[in-house]
Write a protein that binds this ligand. Structure first.
Ligand code: ZN
Length: 110
């Protein structure tokens, strides 16, 4: 499954996985939900302030530091942010952005 998110067309909301039943219906209205790709998300390609929202733990994201340096790293919850061999806390990070979906090319095609 490609990276993305659950969306209910009837409730018109993004659903957390725990709000989707095993047969892929919305727990609120019972209608089937759809799996949207990350690119369809309204926040895709936009910087998200750490004060507004934090990434999912252990997910690799693009990080913009308050120093205006860019890194690709993981958000480690209470452990802060990790990139290369370096960790830092929320106070040093300004914004983050989800990484794009990898292209559908095989290494042999390149
Ligand atoms: Zn619904």
């Amino acid at each position: 499954m490609t990276r993305g998110y659950w969306y209910c067309l009837y409730c018109e909301i993004e659903l957390m996985p725990q709000h989707v039943t095993n047969d892929e219906c919305c727990v609120e209205c019972g209608h089937p939900v759809q799996w949207n790709s990350l690119e369809q998300h309204p926040k895709y390609g936009k910087w998200i302030k750490v004060n507004d929202e934090l990434p999912i733990r252990d997910e690799y994201v693009l990080i913009l530091m308050k120093t205006k340096e860019y890194f690709i790293g993981e958000y480690k919850g209470a452990y802060g942010w990790r990139f290369d061999d370096f960790t830092c806390n929320d106070r040093e990070v300004l914004c983050w952005m989800p990484l794009p979906e990898p292209p559908e090319v095989e290494p042999d095609d390149v």
